[in-house]
Design a protein around this ligand. Structure first.
Ligand SMILES: Nc1ncnc2c1ncn2[C@@H]1O[C@H](COP(=O)(O)OP(=O)(O)OP(=O)(O)O)[C@@H](O)[C@H]1O
Length: 672
């Protein structure tokens, strides 16, 4: 039997990015756990574990014989009516020995789990929260712990303590506690800057309360799952010790001892190995199976997948047209009359309110993107850019549903079930999110996360996956790919993390990349580098890029076409140069006038007065009318259709003819 020591926990558990976990409703996780526990295979595994525990507890009354009673007249018998599982070389009943041999082992395996939790959880919370020097010291200690082979330490302890099992299990728990520490620290680091944690901090809540109430719940799920896996590892480890005759009383039956006895007679009496082998394998497999099944219920590092309900709700026909205020304008065909790579037509995204009614937040949006071109979705906060982008990937948050048409290379995506959509996502259309640190799982190295995605999309041997992973890192401009590959997300700068996220998105070689404010979280010099990178990738790979931004500077820098969104609608769709030179919608003009790049020193920055109305407050007439200085009574009489105002240029304004002649409202001074 080989000695198995559980691998470091932090490298094993698919713990969610905590921010993503925080975003996931608790009820959803609880539901997923309940569903998992009802699966027949999980029920069988749980049933076996319960059987093992109960029969070990009731070993005395259940055993047909004294497990130590020798009967040399019935040595090495196979199964008989008297001895259902046969006897060993001293004629001892195997069934009775198996029943008595598991209890101490099962109990002893709890100790390392408890010890590692007692050490790892508080230390991980504290160090993850305060960071700084404490983090460096703790990291050093944990690295040392990981470098020590647990078996060697425990063997040494067994010699020094004269085979004292409790001390050996405690020491084993200390050695493996580094994994729990890393898991908790990584989750704490990612949670400590969440808005609600900040809010608690500024409200004067004590550090202990913040850690216990706001941060610990984020890590509880993975900890429970890890408990199963750690217990399974500890159980195997202790079985190995007892096989070596360490820790357990050699006079008492133990499962390791039974394996040892069976190994000695493997050539002449192989049956001896069968009952104990089956029991051991079944027990370890059941523990691992339940652990892994629970693991799958946790939100994983792929935030997008976490936020995706397994069955996506469908908008009822009556609500599928949003407010149905206007028909979409015709879309341009691609070169040679082909359909462009991504075509979005009459897209409606709605959320179901507490009253059960569907509230549109994206209302009949249409645009198309060609290979090698960039379409920018631009507008103020709350206009529906992100929801439009997420709907194209089938990644709407829970409660959201989409209708209309999203065609990718001619294939309709709206209405695809989650399984089919999962095949499309990543391999044909991929997402680069706003917050690289949220998109990366703090518990796994860059190489491991990227390798997972490469394996998922391309398969191949370990060497192939490794080569491709490094190639991808180099592709996104990371020169020291080997070193960055070994790093964990918290060791990366924001720009580097965003490059890694772009590499993740490119791993499946998609045709279309959707980037949601990919530079917002970065400082200006890095923003420029990331935009350059996207542009060069687009050139070399021929990607169609959908870029969400509120920054017209970014649009000017990288966009080919701009779709200006306001209150859930596209109000202007135009080639970027045309939009910048001669916008046809007053809102576009307002945004341009408000660009800080154009501000004159000493003159207050121009703004568009007022705010974007909430979806529930959208008027039935022009939604921008309340903020528009050109608005007349005619603008307040009914829905305004989007109209073709030039080749590839559309505007949703009834005064478009005048704006073409340069009649535009002057945005008013506001913030300086
Ligand atoms: N989970 C949700 N449930 C209900 N409404 C939502 C949800 N998420 C977003 N919304 C609403 O959808 C509308 C559009 O939001 P969206 O995030 O797409 O805007 P945005 O233009 O991307 O803004 P930002 O730049 O701030 O992300 C907003 O009114 C928002 O309140």
């Amino acid at each position: 039997m080989t000695t198995t020591v559980p691998t470091p926990v932090g490298q094993e558990v698919g713990a969610a990015t905590p921010a993503a976990r925080a975003a996931r409703p608790v009820g959803a996780t609880a539901r997923a756990v309940r569903q998992t526990l009802r699966r027949p295979a999980v029920l069988i595994a749980l049933g076996w574990l319960v059987l093992v525990v109960v029969t070990s507890l009731l070993a005395g009354p259940l055993s047909p014989f004294d497990p130590l009673a020798q009967d040399l007249g019935s040595r090495l018998q196979g199964p008989t009516a008297a001895h259902l599982l046969g006897t060993d070389d001293l004629g001892r009943d195997l069934l009775s020995r198996i029943l008595h041999g598991g209890g101490v082992l099962l109990l002893a395996a709890v100790v390392p789990v408890l010890v590692s939790y007692l050490l790892g959880v508080p230390a991980g919370l504290l160090v993850g929260y305060v960071g700084g020097k404490a983090d460096a010291v703790a990291d050093f200690v944990v690295n040392v712990l990981f470098a020590i082979p647990a078996l060697v330490v425990v063997l040494a302890v067994s010699v020094v303590t004269d085979n004292n099992l409790p001390i050996m299990t405690v020491v084993f728990g200390v050695v493996v506690s580094g994994g729990i520490f890393r898991l908790v620290r990584a989750s704490t680091q990612a949670s400590r800057d969440l808005l609600y944690v900040d809010a608690a901090r500024v409200s004067g809540v004590t550090r202990t309360t913040i850690l216990a109430r706001h941060i610990l719940p984020n890590v509880l799920g993975p900890l429970i799952v890890q408990g199963f896996l750690l217990y399974s590892g500890a159980f195997l480890f202790l079985t190995s010790l007892s096989f070596l005759g360490l820790g357990f009383d050699p006079q008492e039956p133990s499962w390791g001892q039974l394996v040892f006895d069976a190994t000695a007679k493997l050539d002449t009496d192989p049956w001896l190995m069968v009952p104990i082998g089956v029991v051991l394998i079944a027990t370890v497999a059941a523990l691992n199976y339940v652990g892994n099944a629970l693991l799958a219920t946790l939100p994983s590092s792929r935030r997008a997948r976490l936020l995706t309900p397994t069955r996506r709700p469908v908008l009822p026909v009556a609500d599928a047209h949003g407010t149905g205020s206007t028909a979409p304008a015709p879309l341009p065909a691609g070169p040679g009359g082909d359909e462009p790579r991504l075509v979005v037509e009459g897209l409606v995204v709605s959320f179901r309110g507490e009253d059960g009614r569907w509230q549109p937040v994206v209302d009949g949006v249409s645009f198309a993107v060609e290979r090698g071109r960039t379409l920018c979705l631009v507008g103020e906060s709350g206009c529906g850019k992100t929801m439009t982008a997420l709907a194209t990937l089938g990644l709407l948050p829970e409660g959201g549903a989409a209708a209309g048409s999203v065609r990718l290379g001619g294939q309709e995506l709206i209405g695809l079930d989650e399984k089919a959509m999962a095949r499309v996502r990543g391999s044909r259309i991929a997402l680069v999110s706003q917050e690289p640190m949220v998109a990366l799982d703090p518990c796994f190295s860059v190489r491991s996360q990227l390798g997972d995605v490469v394996r998922l999309h391309r398969g191949g041997s370990r060497a192939d996956v490794r080569t491709r992973t490094l190639d991808l890192l180099r592709l996104v401009g990371i020169p020291n790919a080997e070193r960055v590959g070994r790093s964990f997300p918290h060791q990366l700068s924001g720009g580097m993390a965003q490059r890694v996220c772009i590499a993740l998105a490119l791993a499946g070689e998609p045709d279309v990349l959707v980037a949601d404010e990919p530079t917002t979280a970065l400082d200006p010099t890095i923003q420029a580098e990331i935009l350059d990178l996207l542009r060069s990738l687009q050139d070399s790979l021929g990607l169609a890029l959908v870029l969400v931004t509120h920054d017209l500077g970014v649009v000017a820098d990288i966009g080919d076409t701009a779709a200006v969104m306001y209150a859930g609608q596209v109000v202007e769709l135009a080639p970027v140069e045309e939009l910048l030179a001669a916008p046809r919608h007053p809102y576009s003009r307002g945004l341009l006038d408000a660009m800080p790049e154009d501000a004159e020193r000493g003159v207050p920055l121009r703004t568009v007065p007022g705010v974007v109305p909430l979806p529930k407050d959208w008027p039935t007439h022009c939604r921008f009318a309340a903020r528009c200085e050109l608005a007349t009574d005619a603008c307040r009489t009914g829905p305004v259709p989007i109209e073709v105002v030039g080749p590839d240029h559309q505007s949703r304004c009834i005064r478009t003819a005048e704006t073409a002649r340069g009649v535009h409202p002057v945005a008013t001074g506001g913030q300086s």
